[in-house]
Design a protein around this ligand. Sequence first.
Ligand code: UDP
Ligand code: MG
Length: 143
Amino acid sequence: MNNRTLAILKPDCVRKNLIGEVLTKITSAGFTIKAIKMVRLNKDSAGGFYEIHRDKPFFGSLLDYMTSGPCIPVVLEKENAVNDFRTLIGATDPAKAADGTIRKLFADSITQNIIHGSDSDENAAIEISHFFSRKELLENYGL
Ligand code: UDP
Ligand code: MG
């Protein structure tokens, strides 16, 4: 399976009223939205999601940011989804992101960078299960 990835429209994307614009960018690039919802992370759930960054100096500010308001996890489908989506969103630091990428267009800082994208097929599957249970994927979204 190399056709699914997890995006998160992060809390700054919601606050800045950019949900529609960002989703349009995503679907215009050929991705299909297979599952979507709005959720509020707490410190435990955000910490679990970003477990690999627990020892990094930015971990505390990352958790403050990710718990600062609702976010929107989205399951996306496309051939070569993981790599194509990373290309679409651009580098982690918007100052270094390529022109036309979502982070270059809309993000304010390396922390408040609008959007998440999985970095491997294995992590995509793990990250999708962080937000969507198997039962929910099957019963609500037909996945
Ligand atoms: N981040 C940060 N400072 C950094 C690096 C990352 O605040 O120096 C935040 C940023 O929100 C980023 C997230 O932590 O999106 C996860 O970092 P990662 O290196 O996995 O970047 P990504 O995969 O999101 O591009
Ligand atoms: Mg990452």
